[in-house]
Design a protein around this ligand. Sequence first.
Ligand code: ITT
Length: 204
Amino acid sequence: MRVLLATNNPGKVREYCEILDGLPVELVTPQELGLAVEVPETGETYEENARRKASAYAAASGLVALADDSGLEVDALGGEPGVRSHRYDGGLGSDAERYRLLLRRLEGVPPERRTARFRCVIAIATPRGQVHICEGECSGLILGEPRGEGGFGYDPVFWLPELGRTMAELAPEEKNRVSHRGRAGLKAREILLRLLAADGPEIA
Ligand code: ITT
């Protein structure tokens, strides 16, 4: 079975290739299929946006499509940037510009009040219109300065107290073991295995 990774974010593609490694599926990207699908991410929740992305890509490709909508929720900012994490600075800037904006908004907030969590909701859609949902989260603190070169997005400012490192200082397999996406991905593996076992011919 071919599974379309319904994302234009290369960081997510890299992580899913590892998270879904070993499953009897062939992962393909929209780029590899020459597929350009515009999905307005206007939903109020991660789930709504993940459903929209997965369903649109499954319909356009005729393949099972896996999408995630994810974000960073910072308690001292009332849960912002949250579902708008990618568009936090208007959506045109770089990852570094977005986390710098976040750091500016947190200036003066003491370490004990810099609690935050990453959340990831995965939607897996079949071309026939079934959608399966799972999610994962990962808690940490927002540092005052970026550290590390790995990962993507807000990883350099997301501190994991138990590991004593930022998400960007972890090796890819370490990030996938503890991250919101890695945790949701374990459940996504089960969903894909169930789809393969139960609906093989339907979704092939
Ligand atoms: P697609 O919609 O094409 O998948 P996107 O980057 O726009 O790509 P989202 O709408 O889900 O994806 O936005 C999620 C944003 O949240 C992402 O751009 C990062 O800024 C942030 N984010 C999500 N997961 C992250 C992670 O593992 N590490 C750091 N930042 C992350």
